[in-house]
Write a protein that binds this ligand. Sequence first.
Ligand code: ASP
Length: 322
Amino acid sequence: MNSRRRFLTLSTLGSLTGLGSLKAFGQVKPVKGPIIISTWNTGIRANNLGYEILQNGGSVLDCVEKGVNVIENDPNNRTVGIGGFPDIEGNVTLDACIMDQHQHCGSVAFLQHIKNPVSVARKVMENTKHVMLVGEGALKFALEQGFKKEVLLTEKTLTAWKKRKAEEDDKLPEINIENHDTIGMIARDADGNLSGSCTTSGAGMKLHGRVGDSPIIGAGLYVDNDIGGAAATGWGEAVIENAGSAMVVELMRHGRSPQEACEEIVRRIANKLEDWRSIQVGFIALNKAGQTGAFSIKKGFTYAHHSGGQNTERPADSLIKG
Ligand code: ASP
């Protein structure tokens, strides 16, 4: 590309997105319009509502909150919100976080009885001086904010839990396409501003009190409005140990495409774990220019990609191909 054309491309990108850090994107031609990505095929429904919100003039933060609320509200989804698989003692405990274009974030962990933890996380961000509330304190805060206490354990999950207990099967269920895990969502509005969200009931049969990566800013989710955002799904402990999503964003800052960044962090995680073949970890990423990427350890991870009015489920490439 000649230098004038390159300058114009970067200027367009700069004016489209208010970019602070142009050099991170080199010669990338920006994708126009809103872009939304979400983990797994459940992301399709989340993206649809998120897109509608943006089209109706809603904010990118509304898009990522209300989008994942759709899945939290679905009692048939066994890994998020109401109907989420319980811990080893039979309690449904939820983790979620949200992050906006101003580097503000909110998070709740080990929250019981409230089906929309991501919305409580947003209230933590907007109505307190804090970033994270957990357990009883998070529940007390949610009730004060007007959230309703509900029974999150459904007949279906109770039956499945009892069966596992009877079989003395306290192994964590395999996280993959069979049980469509955590929903993480990253969106960029037409002005180029980014937000992200992540919500989960965590690993089924986890120890009571266990918190995974999903509510941890920098692990399950990270957004930097100058660069891009990333979200994780899979074995949360491995994601926390490697500050997964923050690292994906950091690699994008240093010039990697979202795809390259996701691949590099998945490889890093696998290289550090002897039993990496037995776990699933996947990342999705979106940069400020509108490029996206996804990569996982095991085959089977998919993500929903909404751009140019098209919402499609895409398979992620993986370290283990078979
Ligand atoms: N990443 C989430 C966690 O570890 C959800 C999951 O993978 O089960 O809690």
